[in-house]
Design a protein around this ligand. Structure first.
Ligand code: P53
Length: 474
């Protein structure tokens, strides 16, 4: 029961959740900067509360992150110590193009990422780079309306051309949009999309989505022109949906919920809008403007591999009362057979194997697991040391499930990066106390602390996993 030779073990981060230095070296303001910590967070994230900038007496966790901007050398050295083969990180768009619509990139921003890639190179760590992980320059949102405006494709094209050219030879694996389906559930956080009064919400979202899909295909096209060896992946917030009962109505509901998410990858991987979506747009009278040439572009520039995050499976029901109680963004209800994390996320390793199989059955392209992990409250001792057996157990069970998918089911998996190998700010809650890391960071929910780094028990465990290429999970 082995993992393939050259399997890419590592960890995954995002600029907005770890870099900090939000106004340093010419970086422009982005949507992710103005999403507050506290009770308004989700209102802002979902676009229900529109913000212009910072408000007084509110804490904005992205401003400081975990100070990765200053600490990247130390942090990458720690990843190297665990034996990372790959490191997933993202580019802050507004470091490269501070407003988004300039013609010349900001050299200091480019230099920062070049430094990171050179640091990785020192340790033979393959960078895996997300072009946009939820972020969008505020100027593009306020001046152009963000992704609802087709011009965003041009600005994104400028960004990717700059990145692919400058980092040719340093970066081989790129992801176009992190969790592209999150735009449906948290449009402002996920894509900088604001909803205004009078908007036909669904039309606006799918128009923005169309622009993102075209931008993604454009990135594939440009990448191959610059260097045919570059590999482009899409990125989905995955996790299969189960029907709550065998009532065919529940089964149908589950299928519909899955399709909502698979829709994105259907386009990015197959190269055309699936008929069920076209029918739905028609039926509901959604007016989505597409241009001549879009179809051809999508068809000719599909992704090379499928990447996704997996934290949990979901459960669908047609029971209206139960649905109301769900309280999470996928409208999923509790699974009576599963345990859950302290944040109510269902823990389901077999669901991981099911999801891997589903994605492979559907697309027949190599899969890259680029996020998986357990957000938990840690209890450090006086030296900041954490014994996180709960985290080790979660990861072991999931790695075993992935091993079964590879060895028993024949699923093609390129690599696996755990979410937040170093503790970082939570996307959904803005908390620091929701920790995923092998490395503890001394910082609390309000940004107070020494920001000192310290290896947890799981650090040594993951090191052994990588050393033995997944054979020793004990
Ligand atoms: P946190 C849910 C909500 C927001 C972002 O989430 C999410 C998800 C899970 O699908 O997606 C990813 O930090 C995301 C990361 C994020 C991670 O899940 O809320 O790509 O940015 O940190 C974990 O616990």
């Amino acid at each position: 029961m082995k993992f393939p030779k050259g399997f890419l073990w590592g960890g995954a981060t995002a600029a907005n959740q770890c870099e900090g230095a939000y106004n340093v070296d010419g970086r422009g303001l982005a949507n992710v900067d103005v999403i507050p910590y506290g009770e308004d967070r989700w209102k802002v994230a979902t676009g229900k509360k529109i913000v212009e900038g910072f408000e007084e007496n509110v804490y904005y966790p992205a401003q400081e992150g975990i100070r990765f901007y200053e600490n990247y050398q130390e942090d990458i050295a720690l990843f190297a110590k665990m034996g990372f083969k790959t490191f997933r990180m993202s580019i802050a768009w507004s470091r490269i193009y501070p407003k988004g619509d300039e013609h010349q990139p900001n050299e200091k921003g480019l230099q920062f990422y070049e430094n990171i890639f050179r640091e990785c190179q020192k340790y033979n760590i393959e960078p895996l780079v997300t072009i946009t992980h939820f972020d969008c320059p505020m100027h593009l949102i306020k001046e152009y309306g963000g992704w609802r405006n087709r011009k965003l494709i041009t600005f994104y094209e400028r960004l990717v051309r700059t990145l692919f050219t400058r980092f040719d030879g340093l970066v081989k694996y790129w992801l176009t949009f992190n969790e592209i389906n999150i735009i449906l559930h948290a449009p402002f956080m996920g894509a900088g999309l604001e909803l205004h009064e009078g908007d036909d919400e669904k039309s606006v979202k799918y128009q923005a989505i169309h622009h993102e899909l075209i931008a993604s295909a454009t990135a594939s096209k440009i990448a191959k022109e610059i260097n045919p060896d570059i590999k482009i992946g899409c990125m989905l917030a995955a996790g299969s949906t189960y029907p709550l009962t065998s009532n065919p109505k529940d089964v149908w509901e589950a299928k519909q919920m899955d399709r909502q998410n698979y829709f994105f990858i259907d386009v990015q991987s197959r190269g055309y809008y699936p008929s069920y979506a076209l029918k739905e747009f028609d039926r509901e009278g959604l007016s989505i403007v597409m241009e001549e040439g879009d179809e051809k572009l999508l068809k000719e520039n599909t992704v090379d591999f499928i990447s996704f995050s997996y934290y949990m499976s979901k459960v669908a029901t047609t029971d209206k009362e139960l649905k109301k109680s769900s309280g999470n963004m996928f409208n999923a209800v509790k699974n009576p057979y599963l345990e859950e994390s302290e944040w109510g996320w269902q823990i389901d390793p077999l669901g991981f194997r099911i999801t891997l199989n589903e994605l492979y059955d559907r697309y027949q392209k190599p899969l890259f697991v680029v996020e998986n992990g357990l957000g938990a409250i840690d209890h450090p001792d006086e030296n900041f040391y954490v014994e996180d057996d709960y985290r080790i157990n979660y990861l072991r069970d999931h790695i075993e499930a992935m091993r079964d998918a590879i060895n028993i089911d024949g699923v093609d998996v390129i690599g696996y990066t755990t979410w937040g190998p170093i503790d970082l700010v939570s996307a959904s809650t803005g908390e620091m106390s929701k920790r995923y890391g092998f490395i503890y960071v001394d910082r609390d929910d309000q940004g107070r602390g020494t920001y000192q780094r310290k290896a947890k028990k799981s650090f040594y465990w993951y090191k052994k996993v990588i050393e033995t290429n997944g054979e020793d999970l004990s």
